[in-house]
Design a protein around this ligand. Structure first.
Ligand code: SF4
Length: 414
């Protein structure tokens, strides 16, 4: 593709501050109080988004202006702030989050306490110049937590699995019930809300990684001898394959696994058949890092998806989806720019865009229906038959009403 020239290329907001992904993981843990080592601009923005899109908790920070940074009192100030936070007996965990300010990104962990009073203290480094997107910051946060707290030296719990990926609560329940049916005895879903989950995760036999950006966490777990299961139960084919892979990795009863795989994929297939009359061209362009499995579902349901993009880089964990999508003719962009997405809207003239807010405005201005990926896809079930029903049901409704946008555009132009 010939890239469009743009005077401010690279300056358009492509994604939110990456540190937000890490804060979303950390602030949701019970008994946590984040202490941030960042400048006041970062603190203002991040405490705002954490309130609204994470756990409705404020972030505490030491005053960090030029005078503290250049005056050399930063570490003492941080230690004092941690001490103040730890006075609250309900605080069990104080992650110290360092961000882009060069001096805070380079804080030496040894200069911070490991425990103060009742609370464990852990440095989590989330500088945007190293971690490009918020999904990748989730991976960094989870890996840092597991490295410190995971009980890897303890005896393994038989038939136990860690499911890795932030998912809708109904999906977590559905995964638990399907895994129980095939003989799994313990399921821990990470990122979780209990510090104990991170401790116990170290004792699991296998890790089912649902999203392709958890590279650091997977490499840590693999290094500790845990079996890794790739893929996710999205669509009929993916569901059967995922259940079989878990059964194989954990040495479960083959007949029971096969029966559940056939039953669940059959239900998903049946559900997808209800949408067999649905047709249309859809562009998927999010920044959550889990877009490609969603595209796989749409393609399996018979939709045309000529273009898909994501904020993350291409990773070995996403290799299978990349191959399937490429084989079925979807043009894929990693580390995408808004300009590339806009160009795709013009080239492919889709019937529906599932995109970022900026791209959606661009599509709507052209009379094309557009919805926000994060609010509409990440906020509903995706897995098994129930997931297929909710996602395809929503898309089918939007495609059926696609002319409304064109009429609205014509009305206002007239
Ligand atoms: S300077 Fe870095 S940490 Fe601060 S808001 Fe910007 S990207 Fe986020």
């Amino acid at each position: 593709m010939e890239k469009k020239s743009c005077n401010c290329a690279g300056l358009h907001p492509q994604s939110m501050c990456p540190a937000f992904g890490g804060l979303r993981v950390l602030t949701r843990i019970d008994g946590v109080q984040v202490c941030m080592a960042a400048d006041q601009g970062c603190l203002y923005g991040l405490t705002f988004v954490s309130h609204f899109y994470a756990a409705r908790k404020s972030i505490v920070s030491t005053e960090l202006m030029n005078v503290q940074i250049s005056g050399g009192s930063m570490i003492d100030d941080l230690r004092r702030t941690i001490g103040e936070i730890a006075k609250d007996p309900s605080v069990r965990f104080i992650p110290v989050v360092s961000t882009c300010v060069a001096e805070t990104a380079g804080i030496a962990e040894e200069l911070l306490p490991r425990k103060v009073g009742n609370a464990d203290v852990l440095l989590v480094r989330l500088p945007a110049f190293q971690i490009r997107t918020h999904p990748e910051a989730k991976d960094v946060a989870v890996a840092t937590l597991l490295k410190r707290f995971g009980a890897f030296e303890a005896e393994k719990k038989p038939k136990s699995v860690v499911v890795l990926g932030e998912i809708f609560p109904v999906d977590a329940m559905a995964i638990g019930s399907v895994l129980q049916k095939i003989g799994v005895e313990s399921v821990i879903i990470l990122p979780g809300t209990a510090l104990e989950d991170y401790i116990e995760a170290g004792q699991a036999e296998a890790c089912a990684v649902l999203h392709p950006f958890y590279e650091r966490t997977v490499s840590l777990l693999e290094g500790k001898g845990m079996k890794i299961v790739k893929g996710n139960p999205i669509g009929a084919n993916g569901t059967a394959q995922w259940i079989r892979r878990i059964g194989e990795a954990m040495g479960l009863d083959q007949a029971a696994v096969e029966a559940v795989a056939a039953e669940e994929s059959g239900k998903a297939k049946e559900m997808m058949a209800r949408f067999s009359t649905m047709h249309g061209k859809v562009i998927v362009a999010g920044y959550e890092g889990n877009e490609l499995p969603v595209v796989r579902l749409l393609l399996e349901a018979g939709l045309d998806v000529p273009y898909a993009s994501t904020s993350i880089a291409e990773t070995p964990l996403g290799e299978e989806d990349h191959k399937v999508l490429s084989m079925l003719g979807t043009e894929i962009r990693y580390r995408k720019y808004l300009e590339e997405d806009m160009d795709a809207v013009e080239r492919y003239a889709p019937d529906l865009v599932i995109g970022t807010t900026s791209l959606d405005s661009f599509a709507k201005e052209r009379g094309i229906p557009a919805i926000y990926y994060t609010n509409n896809i990440s906020a509903r079930p995706l897995f098994f038959a129930a997931g297929a029903a909710t996602v395809l049901g929503m898309i089918s409704g939007l495609l059926a009403r696609k002319d409304a946008f064109r009429k609205m555009k014509e009305y206002f132009e007239d």
